[in-house]
Design a protein around this ligand. Structure first.
Ligand code: FAD
Ligand code: NAP
Length: 334
């Protein structure tokens, strides 16, 4: 246990943050001790790479930093590879490693910051692939009960940027490893315009070519948290009923939306924010990015209040102009 640890470099937004007590989780043998230890604290929370959180400056109680490592091939089936990765592995490095081994299927999720263990929490997704399509099961320690569980993909109740882990009472689950089912019959997923139209992917693209194209597009469009503090998309894309979409389209014929399998429509939150006039706009020490209106950035010295104020202004404005409620994506650590 380490006291008064500065975490301002452990959250990609770069918000000032000090943890009262920090516990580094590195191996499974620590779990029983950890479950006993949390009883001593009024609050506790789990931290991975800090790329999907916004933080209070003082984190009271215990903060558990996930840092266990290891990747192994569990078995080879006729149709898939079963691969297990420990929660503290860096997500992008894990994706790169799977491709090096010839285990394809995660390439569309390249360059997403953070850890393997956080990936199921919001069912990470990009370029038409969601984590749930590749998860076999998730190994999670119930911190409150002190018990280990293995959840099948179905039991994780994945949905759009959501899972039962994200909906559970904060501090219940510590994901310790994720098992992936990677298809031996690989097919590229190229439905997103940035991949469909990419020059390098026009003729029988390989998984490595898709991986490189995803990295290149992301580096062009998104601010690198190492240079400009941010937590990725600040709002989820709202999914609305067909009736609401029909009304919106009458009022705003250019509205960007995608039909969902259940008949609803996913609205591009970036388009709503741009149309409401927030793209590239600064407010205090934060701004909405000039190339991607969905990403809030730290202009230098931002504090939590700046972030929450701008988020609230945008939510109010989008609600007033379009009648749509934007939901914040990053988790607030209080
Ligand atoms: P953290 O930010 O540390 O934690 C996020 C949440 O998960 C917290 O509630 C935390 O308590 C919980 N958590 C973390 N680890 C564990 C664990 N082991 N067990 C239980 N709970 C845990 N997301 C996408 O879906 N798609 C994208 O394309 C994408 N692009 C991004 C681009 C940028 C530039 C940035 C900054 C972020 C982006 N994100 C994206 C968001 C983010 O990278 C992902 O949500 C990522 O999975 C968060 O991982 P993390 O380890 O940083 O989690
Ligand atoms: P983009 O490709 O310009 O697309 C804009 C929006 O339209 C995205 O939100 C995407 O939804 C949606 N979209 C585009 N083509 C689609 C299709 N064929 N079917 C369904 N929806 C479609 O987005 P971008 O900003 O450059 O990001 C690229 C990808 O990385 C996206 O998948 C995005 O979600 C992901 N990303 C996520 C974060 C994060 O923090 N969560 C940050 C950066 C990038 P979806 O968002 O649902 O895919």
């Amino acid at each position: 246990m380490l006291n008064n640890q500065d975490l301002s470099r452990c959250n990609t937004f770069g918000l000032p943050c000090v943890a009262q007590t920090l516990f580094r989780f590195e191996q499974v043998s620590q779990l029983p001790t950890l479950s006993a230890a949390i009883k001593e604290y009024a609050q506790h929370r789990v931290l991975g790479g800090g790329s999907n959180v916004i933080t209070h400056p003082d984190l009271a109680g215990l903060t558990i930093h996930v840092a266990n490592k290891g990747i192994r091939l569990l078995c080879e089936h006729d149709n898939f590879w079963l691969v297990e990765a420990s929660a503290g592995e860096v997500w992008h490095d894990f994706v790169a490693y799977t491709l090096e081994q010839g285990w394809y299927g995660l390439e569309n999720l390249a360059l997403i910051p953070g850890t393997v263990g956080a990936a199921p929490v919001q069912n990470i997704g990009a370029y038409g692939l969601e984590l749930e399509q590749r998860v076999h099961s998730v190994l999670a320690w119930n911190l409150l009960e002190g018990e280990l569980y293995e959840f099948s993909a179905e039991e994780c109740e994945f949905s759009y940027r959501d899972s039962m882990f994200k909906r559970a009472k904060p501090g219940t689950w510590l994901i310790i490893a994720v098992r992936f089912r990677l298809p031996r019959q690989w097919q590229p997923l190229l439905q997103y315009p940035d991949l469909r139209d990419h020059a390098s992917l026009q003729h029988a693209p390989t998984a490595q070519a898709v991986f490189e194209a995803v990295c290149e597009v992301r580096r062009t469009k998104l601010p690198d948290p190492a240079q400009v503090g941010n937590a990725g998309s600040f709002f989820k894309n709202p999914v609305v009923q067909a009736e609401q979409y029909a009304v919106l389209r009458t009022q705003h014929p250019n509205v960007v939306a995608y039909a969902q399998a259940d008949g609803r429509y996913k609205l591009a939150a970036g388009w709503l924010i741009d149309q409401a006039g927030w793209k590239g706009r600064e407010a205090g020490a934060v701004a909405m990015h000039p190339r991607q209106a969905l990403v809030m950035t730290n202009c230098g010295g931002a504090v939590l209040e700046d972030v929450l104020n701008l988020a609230q202004q945008i939510q109010n404005d989008v609600q007033q102009k379009f009648g749509v409620q934007l939901e914040q994506e990053p988790v607030l650590y209080a």
